[in-house]
Design a protein around this ligand. Structure first.
Ligand SMILES: C[S@@+](CC[C@H](N)C(=O)[O-])C[C@H]1O[C@@H](n2cnc3c(N)ncnc32)[C@H](O)[C@@H]1O
Length: 288
C-alpha cells in the first residue's frame, strides 16, 4: 500500500527494515519471532521494564495515563508500534484510532487488538500528515515517536490540529539532559570512542539508539525541557516532566558494582536525569 508521507524515503525505509520490537535495535534483548504470542509477551515485558518507574502496579504507563478517563472518548495514538498502549486504551473503553508509518506496525497492532474483541481503527499514516479532520480527537497520545520524525514541528502542529478545543496531547520525547545521553552516548561513544569528531549530537543519538540511517538521515533527536516547551507553544497548560528509567549501561562504568545502585536511588535519579520527557498540553478553546 502506498501512503502519502512527508518523511524522507530513507527514513521510512529504516522503519520498514527495523519495525518496533523491543528487541536489540530498540534497547531490548528478546529474540522471539515477530507476531508470535511469545513475541508480544516478551516485547511487553521489555516495554514494562523500560517504563517501570511510570508503571506502578504493573499497569503499563499507568502513572502517566489515566486510561479510564478516556472511556467513550476519541483517542488517537501516533506511532503505535506493537500496539501495547493501544491495547490499554481499547480495554479501558476508549474509541481508539492508531497510526504508524509502517505496515508491519499496523499489522501487529491489528492482530493484538483483534484479541480484545473490541473495535478500533488502525491506519498506516505519517505523523507529519495525519489523514484526519481538524478537531476530530479528545486526546492524542504518542510514546517515543515524534523525536524520530524529521519534521517534528510539523508533527506537533498536526497533533494540535486534530485535537478538539480543550483536547489533550500526551507525548513522550527523549530527554537530552539525561544520563543516557551524556554518559552512554556523548561520553562513551563520543569521547571514549572518538565519535564526536564525526557526528553531531543528533547523529550520535541516532547512531547509538534507534534511528541511524546510513545514507545520512539520522532521525533520532533529544530535547531539553525548554525545547520541548517551545515545541508545544501553540498549546495551553504545557507541563513537561522527566521520568522513565535511566537506561544507562552501568556495567561499563561500575563493573561489578552496578548491582549496588539501589532501586530507590535509580527511581529518584530517573525523575531528574531519566531518558523520557513527558509532555502534557491542552489545546486552547472551549470544549463543545
Ligand atoms: C520507537 S518506536 C515506538 C513505538 C510505540 N509507541 C512503543 O512505544 O512501543 C517508534 C514508532 O514510530 C513509528 N514512526 C516513526 N516515524 C513516524 C511518523 N513520521 N509517523 C508515524 N509513525 C512513525 C515507527 O514506525 C515506530 O513504530
Amino acid at each position: 500500500m502506498s501512503v502519502a508521507t512527508a518523511v524522507p524515503r530513507e527514513v521510512r525505509a529504516w522503519w520498514d527494515a527495523n519495525p518496533m520490537t523491543y528487541g536489540p535495535v530498540h534497547g531490548g534483548s528478546h529474540g522471539a519471532v515477530p507476531g508470535s504470542e511469545a513475541f508480544f509477551r516478551e516485547a511487553d515485558r521489555a516495554f514494562l521494564r523500560q517504563a517501570r518507574f511510570a508503571s506502578g502496579g504493573g499497569v503499563l504507563l499507568g502513572d502517566l495515563v489515566d486510561y479510564a478517563r478516556w472511556a467513550g472518548r476519541d483517542v488517537l495514538e501516533v506511532g503505535c508500534g506493537i500496539g501495547a498502549v493501544a491495547q490499554r486504551f481499547v480495554e479501558a473503553g476508549a474509541r481508539l484510532t492508531a497510526v504508524d508509518l509502517t505496515a508491519t506496525a499496523v499489522a501487529q497492532t491489528c492482530r493484538r487488538l483483534l484479541g480484545t474483541g473490541r473495535r478500533a481503527r488502525v491506519y498506516q499514516a505519517d505523523a507529519e500528515r495525519l489523514p484526519f479532520a481538524t478537531g476530530r480527537f479528545d486526546a492524542v497520545f504518542s510514546w517515543g515517536v515524534l523525536h524520530h520524525t524529521p519534521g517534528i514541528a510539523r508533527a506537533v502542529a498536526e497533533v494540535h490540529r486534530v485535537l478538539r478545543p480543550g483536547g489533550e496531547a500526551m507525548v513522550m520525547l527523549y530527554h537530552r539532559h539525561s544520563l543516557r545521553f551524556w554518559l552512554d552516548k556523548w561520553l562513551w561513544e563520543g569521547v571514549v570512542h572518538g565519535e564526536n569528531r564525526f557526528l553531531d549530537r543528533d547523529a550520535l543519538t541516532s547512531r547509538y539508539s534507534d534511528g541511524w540511517e546510513e545514507a545520512g538521515n539520522p532521525h533520532t533527536r533529544t530535547f531539553s525541557r525548554r525545547e520541548a516547551r517551545r515545541l508545544f507553544e501553540a498549546f495551553e497548560a504545557v507541563r513537561v516532566e522527566v521520568c522513565g528509567n535511566l537506561q544507562v549501561s552501568y556495567r561499563r562504568y561500575l563493573p561489578g558494582l552496578w548491582r549496588l545502585v539501589p532501586e530507590w536511588l535509580e527511581r529518584y535519579w530517573a525523575t531528574r536525569v531519566g531518558w523520557f520527557l513527558w509532555v502534557r498540553a491542552r489545546k486552547g478553546g472551549v470544549p463543545s
